[in-house]
Design a protein around this ligand. Structure first.
Ligand code: CAA
Length: 461
């Protein structure tokens, strides 16, 4: 359809896959000085649709969405939000850690760009009143753009130790109403401050990359909805993961037992699970303890995505945030617990979900993540690039997170009926030269808005 890593220093750089001449694999040496994520935050629109409601409206068994796909809710952006406003909002909590004269770059990874020429980073730079000495650029390669931005930032900071780089991964995933991809839509942004004094996660210089020109998912510049060969894209995701994982484990003489957790790009939460299971099934010496631990941590890493949906470039990092912020709090983001209104057909059309904040560890079999734990991360961008890399948790990382703010943001979202969602979906600014004035309602809980488009120029407030 169209539509401890052992012997880490023994890393052999730049070996090539031999199975496909269009495919290249890159690897670089590990360095020990800590460069990585100093602070990380995310935002998502204030509105969501419940996917059980959507399934019923589409005359589909809700279990297909909640179990088969693994999604429970989906964030819906009003038409006064786009990747610029979401990106700026995500970065707001990081600003107090930005040292004005040290910020050298603002890199936005996105596949929902608002202009084919001008970088969205410049709009965000203006909204956030950042210093004029920072380079402002946008990187594109489908859902891999956030990782491309992160790797570029880390490389820059490794060379310029005194500098900071702000990385923003922002997207609005749109496939269209009543399409197979509809259940995998979503919207949001993740912002990461990269420095040589990271308080959250050291990014190890150990990536294995696979690039290959395939046609699994794309979006022509004249339309705002993506085209996907859904099944093919899911198969390619798993193939790319297994290839980079196998090469990584060979080059670093390690196996799955060496990881505290693995995080995946999450177009939908079942996707990463399929990839993880494929790697576990092909592992010869995976212990039962490791198998259960990796599955449990994977589950934790999917809790935010299950409620927000695909945010393309930011999805891997939303998974990382979910893991770090909810690890040790297994019940805290359970949508069945936090969204009682979803089961109440008599509920008002827009309602606020609530969350139980009395966290409990009793269901958790494994100890919480700790300093020095190694986390594997798999990034996938259709088209396609797959990259496997690792991060090491820093001392006191929990204190550097914004967990309660994020949970509060999710809890206070307003639920839409399916017809309200459809209206919001269809009201987006069109790809055309006509003037546009955005919705003056639906402006809750965010600071930045696309106010209008006049004479083909975007006006933000
Ligand atoms: N109860 C429980 N499970 C059910 C069920 C029911 N009543 N009915 C169906 N299911 C299960 C199916 O068995 C299937 O499970 P498996 O995948 O484990 O076999 C699952 O629900 C999905 O069912 P279908 O395969 O029939 O789903 P579909 O054809 O409607 O499409 C999709 C699913 C391909 C993911 C589609 O939503 C899509 O095209 N999404 C966009 C593309 C995408 O996300 N691709 C992912 C890889 S590409 C990438 O990662 C980049 C990116 O971000 C886009």
């Amino acid at each position: 359809m169209t539509f401890s890593l052992k012997n880490i220093e023994s890393n052999h750089a730049k070996q090539l896959f031999k199975d496909n001449e269009n495919t290249s694999v890159e690897n670089t040496h590990v360095e020990s000085s800590p460069v990585g994520i100093d602070r990380i935050s995310f935002t998502t629109p204030h509105y969501y649709v419940d996917l059980t409601d959507l399934a019923k409206a589409r005359e589909i068994d809700p279990n297909k969405f909640t179990i088969g796909i693994g999604q429970s809710e989906q964030s819906v952006p009003p038409n006064n939000q786009d990747i610029v406003t979401l990106g700026a909002q995500a970065a707001l909590p990081l600003l107090k850690y930005v040292k004005k004269d040290k910020l050298k770059m603002l890199i936005v990874g996105t596949e929902s760009g608002v202009d084919a020429s001008k970088s969205s980073a410049l709009y965000i730079h203006n909204l956030l009143k950042l210093n004029s000495c920072a380079r402002c650029i946008e990187i594109k390669e489908a859902c891999y753009g956030g990782t491309a931005a992160l790797m570029t930032a880390c490389d820059y900071v490794r060379v310029h130790k005194d500098s900071q780089v702000l990385v923003i991964a922002a997207d609005i995933a749109r496939y269209g109403l009543n399409t197979p991809g509809e259940v995998t839509q979503g919207a949001g942004a993740v912002a990461m401050l990269i420095s040589a004094n990271p308080h959250v996660l050291k990014i190890n210089d150990d990536s294995v990359v696979k690039s290959c020109d395939i046609q699994d998912f794309w979006r022509p510049v004249y339309q705002d909805t993506a085209l996907a060969r859904g099944k093919f894209s899911s198969e390619k995701y798993i193939e790319f993961f297994l290839d980079v994982w196998q090469k990584y484990s060979e080059q670093n003489s390690c196996d799955l037992n060496d990881f505290a957790a693995l995080c995946f790009h999450l177009p939908y939460t079942k996707m990463g699970l399929k990839a993880l299971r494929a790697a576990m099934d092909s592992s010869e010496n995976l212990s039962e303890t490791s198998r259960v631990r990796l599955l449990e941590k994977y589950e934790t890493s999917t809790k935010y995505s299950r409620r927000i949906g695909n945010i393309y470039t930011g999805s891997l990092y939303l998974g990382l945030l979910s893991l770090l912020e909810l690890d040790g709090n297994p019940e805290i983001a359970n949508p069945e617990v936090v969204n009682p209104g979803a089961a109440n057909p008599a509920a008002t059309s827009i309602q606020t979900s609530t969350i139980q904040t009395n966290s409990s560890c009793e269901n958790q079999k494994f100890s919480s993540l700790k300093e020095g734990d190694k986390i594997g991360l798999f990034s996938y961008g259709s088209g396609a690039i797959g990259e496997f890399f690792t991060g090491t948790l820093m001392q006191g990382f929990k204190q550097a997170l914004f967990a309660s703010e994020h949970i509060e943001m999710l809890n206070s979202r307003a639920k839409l009926t399916v017809s309200e969602y459809e209206k919001m979906f269809n009201s987006v600014a069109k790809y055309c030269p006509e003037d546009f004035v955005s919705d003056t309602t639906h402006r809750d809980c965010t600071q930045f808005f696309l106010n209008s488009i006049s004479s083909q120029e975007r006006n933000y407030i």
